[in-house]
Design a protein around this ligand. Sequence first.
Ligand code: T4K
Length: 391
Amino acid sequence: MKELTEPIYVTQPLLPDLNSLNFEIRDIMKSKWVTNHGVKHKLLELKLKEVLKVQNVSIFNNGTIALLTALKALDLPIGSEVITTPFTFAATPHCISWNGLKPVFCDIEPDTMTIDAGKIEELIKPDTSAILPVHVYGFPCNVKKIDKIAKKYDLKVIYDAAHSFSSEINGRGIGTFGDITMFSFHATKLYNTLEGGCLTYNDTELKEKIYNLRNFGIKNEEEVVDIGINGKMNEIQASIGLLNLELFREEQSKRKMVKKLYIEQLRNIENIKIPEMPEYVTDSFQYFPIIIEDNFPMTRDQIYDEFKKYNIFTRKYFYPICSDYEPYKDLESSSVNNLLVANDMKHKVLCLPYYGALDLEIVVKICNTLRSFSRLPSNVLANNLSKLNSY
Ligand code: T4K
């Protein structure tokens, strides 16, 4: 494979047509109402309720502030423990810590890479207050089992569904499980508002609390009732959200084709595993992770470095894992013995370029390159990896 002239990244943001956006911006400028729960903000919340098949939606200026607010809204006792996964983006444990709570890492399942629900109970202590699982790459957590555990021990459940926009489990919106679910609308997500996110929840009584927390705790001009933050989304971003709602289904169809092609091309390559989305799940089509097994002639890191030489930027989501981070590495739950699967998977997963506008010829080239790697005798690898350029 020859070096590509343009870089190929792991993703590319879905963006609305400039004319439609201009029209929206003109509308906003004319109204002189540019933020603080404007018309577009309210309309986007209404529309998202339908798309996500949930009862309540509160939108935010990013997913991290949304998750921070979700934990705050549930009034978890300061210093209490929240069981979570180390196999996620930094925002997940950071939101726990910023709330004065303590993250406790639980190992993951090797197939879905989500929290291993079978290992949660052994981590529960008298001061455990909540579980924060992540539907990583859109693979759903074992929501049934987690719900059962939460009920048994009277724990709150907050799902991080940053990777699961519009996913469903047996036809039910993924944002209806647990007490609160967070979705991210960051530029790198299937559906985006450049930066943004939302919370979904079944308990309508939480609405006012979340509304106040998102707006500095201000209830009205004369009452500040909570220690809030500024989590509001501005009108231009809400407009982008409204426009992208009209586009994301088509983006999903295109990604479905890209995924199909990847699977067809990679299926028969020995020691490359493609994690499967269970049949009862409606896929979000957020990422395309592959697993480089131990017997593959190259390591995941070597593959990542090689692709870079061709101007292809795959991503090691998630390496390092959160239990490796400086602020968390000394926690008791960060010990490798407690997180054997996560510590194994962090060296094996590679997210390949995946977005609707990705040229199918490039997909084939990526797969052919991986196939050529799979046939390499180990002495070639040891000698000179750069010889691969001729493949
Ligand atoms: N929970 C989970 C499980 C998450 O994955 C995330 C975010 C959150 C919570 C927090 O939600 P937010 O607060 O972000 O709403 C990216 C994203 O910044 C981050 O949102 C995301 N997870 C994480 C998994 O990925 P990086 O450091 O990999 O982003 P970056 O800038 O390297 O972008 C990746 C590639 O995307 C670039 O190589 C090129 C392309 N790209 C990126 C941007 C920003 C573009 O083509 N255009 C762009 O504007 O973190």
